[in-house]
Write a protein that binds this ligand. Structure first.
Ligand code: ASP
Length: 356
């Protein structure tokens, strides 16, 4: 590249056309045409995890008024990020093992095939908005920790204490019951709320994906991640291909559940890939879960007494035709769908049914 042509110019002015021609022009392995599913006939759909019924409502409302679909799904999940009562996302999310709330989020925009993400972000309750700025206002895809915080502050986000009293009490109860060989003691009285008494490791996240009348697709995933995680742990939510993936020719997929199992199997990418092969969204979610279940057999500590995955993992999927579906490793999960008329929770498919 000549010194007169900066890297930025190279990317933005299309000076790389020779390279593009090399890759896409010929026949042979690299030149195979990618899958393109037929487009929806002007339908709008918004799909989210079970905690996202307010997000699907909001996103559909905004899309109907002409808001771009990525901004619409982000505004939808912001409701849950802001809600102190959802302890799996944003403000009020359960903290890491040191009692600090660390958030992960990603966005992906089908029309430009671009993404942005933040991980282990502290003090900013809407990581999804910061992820969108990473996509729009940097050359990067993922910012983490201190760097992500500095970036958010540079864009005018305000630092806030994200640990609510409720989340702190649950964390403290967990900490006090961890070991009888340390110096923490649980309180003598058991008058604490049940959720505090039963503090266990939990997970939860919100994923929201959408298609607009032009057949464009976009998505967002945002979470406080696993409770009691090691400081600095990054889950699947901000990892493109794991917690979120969008291919504007095919569909969108996202996940909630045990991030580690998903990251190692590129779950959302697999779901979109299965849709590209012609599987329905629900079938695609089931196939990705079946693959993960098989691979998990190599990790005995993640198996239950029956030799099956001991964790929860759910995929949500939407294809270019506006068809949607969801599946969970274990039965019982619901997901939110707004089909342009109705906004409702639906039962997801599953791989295994827990014994009663
Ligand atoms: N997937 C999230 C993570 O691993 C947690 C969850 O969805 O429950 O961080």
């Amino acid at each position: 590249m000549s010194p007169k042509c900066s890297r930025r110019d190279f990317i933005k002015t299309g000076a790389g056309v020779g390279v593009a021609a090399l890759i896409g022009g010929g026949k042979g392995l690299i030149g195979q045409s990618p899958a393109v599913l037929p487009q929806s006939a002007g339908v709008m759909r918004v799909v989210a995890s079970g905690n996202g019924i307010r997000a699907t409502e909001k996103a559909m409302d905004l899309m109907a008024k002409g808001t771009d679909l990525l901004d619409a799904v982000i505004a939808g999940v912001n409701i849950v990020e802001d809600d102190p009562n959802d302890m799996s996302v944003g403000y009020g999310g359960l903290p890491n093992e040191e009692g600090e709330v660390e958030l992960d989020a990603s966005v992906m925009y089908g029309p430009t095939h671009t993404s942005g993400a933040v991980a282990a972000l502290k003090f900013i309750k809407n990581p999804s908005k910061v992820a969108k700025l990473v996509m729009d206002r940097t050359e990067h895809c993922l910012l983490v920790g201190e760097g992500a915080l500095k970036f958010a502050l540079a864009h005018g986000f305000k630092k806030e204490d994200l640990l609510t009293d409720r989340a702190r009490e649950i964390w403290l109860r967990w900490k006090e019951n961890l070991s009888d060989k340390d110096n923490w003691l649980p309180p003598k009285s058991e008058k604490l709320p049940a959720e505090v008494r039963q503090a266990i490791m939990t997970y939860g996240t919100i994923n929201c994906i959408a298609i607009d009348t032009k057949g464009n697709l976009a998505g967002v995933t945002t979470t406080s991640g696993l409770s009691w995680k090691l400081a600095g742990r990054v889950g699947d939510s901000p990892i493109i291909g794991a917690g979120l993936y969008v291919d504007n020719n095919v569909g969108a997929a996202g996940s909630t559940g045990l991030g580690e199992a998903n990251i190692m199997n590129c779950g959302s990418f697999q779901v979109v890939n299965f849709m590209a092969q012609g599987h329905s969204p629900e079938q695609a979610c089931l196939k990705a879960l079946a693959q993960i279940s098989n691979k998990t057999k190599l990790t005995p500590r993640r198996l239950n007494a029956e030799g099956l995955p001991s964790f929860g993992l759910t995929f949500y999927a939407l294809n270019k035709k506006g068809e949607y579906g969801s599946a969970n490793m274990w039965g019982g999960s619901r997901y939110a769908v707004h089909d342009g008329q109705k906004n409702e929770l639906k039962q997801g498919a599953y791989i295994y049914q827990a014994k009663r």
